[in-house]
Write a protein that binds this ligand. Structure first.
Ligand code: HEC
Length: 136
């Protein structure tokens, strides 16, 4: 019963879904902060400690992703995709997730934000600046 129209219909549906997933609308991102010399230890770790660490710490990290060290935060988790692309904040999945550009991957998860506050636009901007400056 496999009919060509159905097959073509399903493949174009899959194509449009993957195109959507690969292409978050970066025009909605808050701008990178102007601050110079942004570092993980000084500026970024405190933000992660408040909003991410409970789920992405040493103990049973969600999606095997940890933010307690610079190296781990860059590397990513189970997805096998780097979370941070140094020098390119607008292409870094972590930025897409914290700015709510990827449906069902909003970080912190939308239904947990009473306990783990969403990052504010200026905090997202600071993380962008850190990445754009080479994620030092
Ligand atoms: C309440 C728990 C919780 C909090 C808080 C949380 N996350 Fe997550 N995170 C998850 C879960 C669950 C997944 C897996 C989601 C999935 O794959 O559907 C995930 C996945 C991720 C991934 C993908 C990792 C990979 O490569 O597989 C990244 C990156 C991420 N989170 C970043 C963050 C950041 C940054 C914060 C803080 C701003 C944060 N998360 C806060 C639960 C949390």
């Amino acid at each position: 019963m496999a009919n060509k129209t159905v097959v073509i219909g399903i493949s174009s549906l899959i194509l449009s879904i993957s195109a959507f997933a690969a292409d978050p609308d970066i025009s909605k991102l808050p701008p990178a902060a102007k601050q110079a010399g942004v570092t993980f230890e000084k500026d970024i770790k405190p933000l992660f400690e408040t909003s991410c660490l409970k789920c992405h710490g040493a103990e049973k990290p969600k999606s095997k992703y940890r933010v307690d060290s610079r190296e781990a935060a860059i590397k990513g988790g189970k997805s096998d995709e780097a979370a941070v692309i140094a020098g390119k904040s607008e292409k870094s999945p972590i930025i897409h997730f914290i700015a709510d550009l990827v449906e069902d991957m909003e970080m912190p998860p939308k239904d947990k934000r009473d306990k783990y506050p969403a990052l504010k636009p200026d905090q997202i901007g600071l993380i962008r600046a850190w990445i754009d400056q080479g994620a030092k």
